[in-house]
Design a protein around this ligand. Structure first.
Ligand SMILES: [Zn+2]
Length: 356
C-alpha cells in the first residue's frame, strides 16, 4: 500500500456527516500541520494556508469533509430509531445497511430496516420502500433500552463501509468518496507544493455541511476571501449498465472531469480554458461533464463578494450517494497532477486576466 492508498483508506473510513466533521478535520490537520498554518471558521471548516512566493493571488482549493448520513429524530416505544436523512439519499440504496450512531456514551451499531417482504401482500412487495417508513434497529426491545445506551435525538448516524482494493487493483471501493477524494486531493497537492515554488498563496479548505446546502462553503469563502477557486469533487461515472452515452459519457480510468455546467455554477471560461490547456500540455486525459441536477461548493464560492473565478474538477465515481462508491486510481493521480500544475500557473497576472 503506497502513501496515497493509505490516505484514501484513512480518510474514507473516517465518520463525518454534516455537522459532525471533527474526525475528518483532525486527519487533514495531521497531514498538513507541518507545511501550513491552520485555522478554522466558526462553522468548523478547516483552512490550511500554504504560503508561496507571493501573498496574492489567494488560491482556494475546496473539498467538503461531510458525507451523506442521518441523524436521530426520535425513538419509538418499541425501541427503534427513526431518523432524518442528511443529504440526498435515494430510498433504493438505503435498506439493510450497517450504521453507527455516535452517542454521548459511545458508538451504538445498527442496521436500516423496513417491514420484511415475507409479510407484505404481493402488490406491495413490488413497491419501493420510502425513507419515511424505514427505521434503524439497534437490537433493542424497548424505548428504555435505547435511551440507556445514550441514544438521543440529534445524534449523528454514519454509514459503515470498509475501504477495499478491487479486482482491477487500480480501482478502490469505499464510502464517502463524495467528498473525501476532494480532501485527499488538496492534502496531497499542498504536500507537493511544499517541495516546489508557486507564485501565490494556497488555501486548502475542508468545508463542512456541503450535503445539506453548501453551508461551509459560504462561511469559509468569507474567511479566505479567495481571488480564484478550484473545487475538488467526485463526478458521476456513467459507465454502468443501462446508461446511454447521451446521458453520461464519463468513464472510470479515462481521466478527471471538468465540470462545464451544474445547477448552481458556470465556470469562469478563461479558467476553464486554462485547465484544458494545462491538461493537454501534460498529456492528462480530461473528460467533460455537465450536471443538470446537482451542485458543488463552487455554487456558493463563485458568488462570494464580487464574484470569484472558479472551476470544478471531478474524479469519476460509480454509485455515489450510497454506502459504496468505486473510483479509479489513475483518475485520482491525474487530477492531482493537474491541480498542482494549475496552481503553479496562477500568478498575479494570470488571475487578474481571468476577469477582464
Ligand atoms: Zn460532493
Amino acid at each position: 500500500m503506497d502513501q496515497t492508498e493509505a490516505l484514501l483508506r484513512e480518510i474514507t473510513e473516517a465518520p463525518g456527516v454534516p455537522g459532525y466533521e471533527g474526525q475528518v478535520r483532525a486527519i487533514i490537520r495531521r497531514h498538513l500541520e507541518e507545511v501550513t498554518t491552520i485555522e478554522q471558521d466558526k462553522m468548523g471548516s478547516i483552512i490550511c494556508k500554504k504560503a508561496g512566493l507571493a501573498d496574492s493571488p489567494r488560491v482556494m482549493l475546496a473539498g467538503h469533509m461531510d458525507e451523506i448520513g442521518f441523524m436521530v429524530k426520535l425513538i419509538t416505544k418499541e425501541g427503534f430509531v427513526k431518523f432524518v436523512p442528511l443529504g440526498g439519499w435515494w430510498d433504493q440504496v438505503m435498506l439493510a445497511q450497517r450504521v453507527v450512531i455516535k452517542t454521548a456514551q459511545g458508538d451504538v451499531f445498527g442496521v436500516t430496516g423496513a417491514k420484511p417482504p415475507h409479510i407484505l401482500p404481493p402488490d406491495e412487495r413490488k413497491k419501493m420502500v420510502e425513507k419515511k417508513d424505514m427505521y434503524i434497529d439497534i437490537g433493542a426491545t424497548s424505548e428504555g433500552e435505547v435511551k440507556e445506551r445514550g441514544v438521543c435525538p440529534g445524534d449523528p448516524i454514519i454509514p459503515i463501509s470498509d475501504f477495499a482494493v478491487l479486482a482491477n487493483p487500480r480501482t478502490y471501493m469505499a464510502k464517502a468518496w463524495d467528498d473525501r477524494v476532494g480532501c485527499a486531493l488538496f492534502i496531497q497537492a499542498i504536500q507537493r507544493l511544499a517541495q516546489e515554488p508557486h507564485p501565490n498563496t494556497v488555501y486548502g479548505v475542508g468545508t463542512v455541511q456541503e450535503e445539506v446546502g453548501l453551508r461551509g462553503a459560504k462561511t469559509s469563502a468569507h474567511a479566505v476571501s479567495p481571488d480564484v477557486a478550484i473545487i475538488l469533487e467526485v463526478d458521476i461515472a456513467g459507465d454502468v449498465p443501462g446508461i446511454e452515452p447521451e446521458e453520461s459519457a464519463i468513464k472510470l480510468g479515462k481521466g478527471p472531469t471538468l465540470l462545464v455546467y451544474d445547477a448552481r455554477m458556470i465556470p469562469n471560461l478563461k479558467l476553464r480554458d486554462l485547465v484544458i490547456e494545462t491538461a493537454q500540455e501534460l498529456d492528462i486525459p480530461l473528460q467533460f461533464s455537465a450536471m443538470e441536477g446537482g451542485a458543488t461548493d463552487g455554487g456558493m464560492i463563485h458568488v462570494h463578494a464580487e464574484g470569484v473565478p472558479a472551476v470544478v474538477l471531478g474524479v469519476p465515481t460509480r454509485h455515489i450517494h450510497s454506502h459504496v462508491g468505486i473510483l479509479h486510481r489513475d483518475d485520482y493521480d491525474h487530477a492531482l497532477k493537474l491541480v498542482v500544475a494549475l496552481i503553479k500557473k496562477l500568478d498575479q497576472t494570470t488571475v487578474q486576466g481571468l476577469t477582464v
